[in-house]
Design a protein around this ligand. Structure first.
Ligand code: ATP
Ligand code: MG
Ligand code: MG
Length: 402
């Protein structure tokens, strides 16, 4: 894809926007872009630089993403605590064309990485709660303040915010920015050597910080960096607004990643904010168990006729035995009965086939599973997420108690 209309090839030390941003290392990539850690020489901080492919449709998509991100950044910093912040944008011309670039605040690992670190065992429920609260406050803000549907919520699109970040705190961590392209013939070898060196430095910095943290806590324990979920601060933010849309002008019929896709989208029956709530429930289940809630496979197969009649009903099984969510949590995932019941009471209404019956993000925040077990201080929430509390609770009780 590094050709005309495709990605822009970046090397460590490359300069952007007239020298303001300097590329440090690659953070990731997607279908539309590559994302680099960059040093912002103007503010002396690190940022994430998203460099879009250059063909017309990608430029178009980037401009849409910028439109959404700009709308979200409405001037209230507290509103940006749970959605990614756009810092700057510019165009960059390279051998493959003109690339629209976005400068985003630099965030940490995705929730998918977090689940992987934990070897797909599922995170402790208090962590799941904290993450759920962050996502819900973010969603409530998008839905009610802006009328925006994210449409692609999944573990990859929620990134952690770390409090002690070596890259954000170069003085404390000893990581220094690279300000110019390294000397010599760069054909991959030198670059990868530098990347290795950088990685080693970053690892050492992380280890140093964990030692500091361990000694601060007085635990006297050998530090267990990275893999220890308990040591990870679980504040997180919703990212990737490339597919987001305003509810009053949806532009795609087929939205969402298949595993997180709401039934009304599959049926192409129209959709609204509640599609995000469906995906949110899938995320919450996956965080708590380490397994995807739905793993859809292709429906039509050579043997389909053996199992299904022409109405799509199972041929030989007249009555399907259902496995209620709370029983599943107890029997397969070894949840305690209380945990399982509370969690499934929270999740089940979100998985209602009727979109209009699903609780809103605002209502979820008032649910007993989250309310009272508050890990996010009130002053970090958007104002709107704490108002109208009574309405939220009474609505939800009707739904849950049915
Ligand atoms: P997609 O195909 O998922 O739409 P995309 O080209 O729109 O891809 P993103 O998903 O926005 O790109 O970003 C690609 C990857 O870059 C992410 O999965 C993540 O690993 C990393 N990334 C994106 N934004 C940030 C950020 N603000 N901070 C740190 N890493 C980021
Ligand atoms: Mg993505
Ligand atoms: Mg995208």
């Amino acid at each position: 894809s590094y050709r005309k209309g495709g990605y822009h090839a970046v090397r460590v030390g490359d300069q952007f926007a007239g020298g303001r941003y300097i590329a440090q290392r690659k953070l990731g990539w997607g279908q539309f872009s590559t994302v680099w850690l960059a040093y912002d020489t103007k503010t002396s901080t690190y940022v994430a630089l998203k460099i879009q492919k250059s063909a017309a449709q990608f430029v178009q998509a980037a401009l849409h993403e910028i439109e959404v991100l700009s709308a979200i950044a409405d001037g209230t910093p507290s509103n940006l605590k749970f959605v990614v912040q756009l810092i700057d944008q510019f165009k960059h011309t390279g051998p493959n064309g003109q690339h629209q670039c976005m400068v985003l605040e630099f965030l940490g690992d995705s929730l998918l990485r977090l689940v992987k670190y934990n070897r797909y065992k599922g995170l402790p429920l208090n962590k799941v709660r904290e993450i759920c609260q962050c996502i819900l406050i973010g969603l409530d803000y998008l839905h009610r303040e802006h009328g925006i549907i994210h449409t692609d919520l999944k573990l990859e699109n929620v990134l952690l915010v770390s409090t002690i970040d070596p890259a954000k705190d170069p003085v404390r961590s000893g990581v220094s920015p690279i300000l110019e392209r390294p000397e010599g013939n760069i054909n991959g070898t030198v670059t990868s050597l530098i990347e290795k060196k950088l990685k080693r430095r970053a690892r050492r910095a992380v280890a140093k910080i964990s030692v500091q943290r361990a000694s601060m806590g007085g635990m006297g324990e050998a530090p267990k960096p990275e893999r220890n979920i308990d040591g990870i601060n679980v504040r997180c933010k919703v990212v990737d607004f490339g597919n987001a849309c305003w509810a009053d002008k949806p532009f795609a019929e087929e939205i969402q990643t298949r595993q997180y896709r709401a039934p009304e989208v599959i049926l192409q029956a129209g959709y609204s904010f509640s599609v995000d709530m469906w995906s949110f429930a899938c995320i919450a289940f996956e965080l708590a168990t380490g397994d995807m809630l739905f793993t859809p496979k292709v429906g039509q197969g050579a043997k389909s006729k053996d199992f299904f009649d022409r109405h799509g009903d199972l041929k030989r099984i007249r009555r399907l035995k259902y496995w209620p969510l709370n029983k599943l949590l107890i029997e397969r995932y070894k949840f305690s009965e209380t945990d399982a019941n509370e969690f499934s009471e929270f999740l089940t209404p979100l998985l209602d086939f009727a979109p209009e019956k699903r609780p809103t993000a605002q209502q979820c925040l008032q649910h007993p599973w989250l309310a009272g077990k508050d890990s996010i201080p009130n002053d970090m929430r958007t104002e709107s997420s704490v108002e109208k509390v009574d309405v939220g609770i009474s609505n939800l009780k009707i739904k849950v108690g049915k």
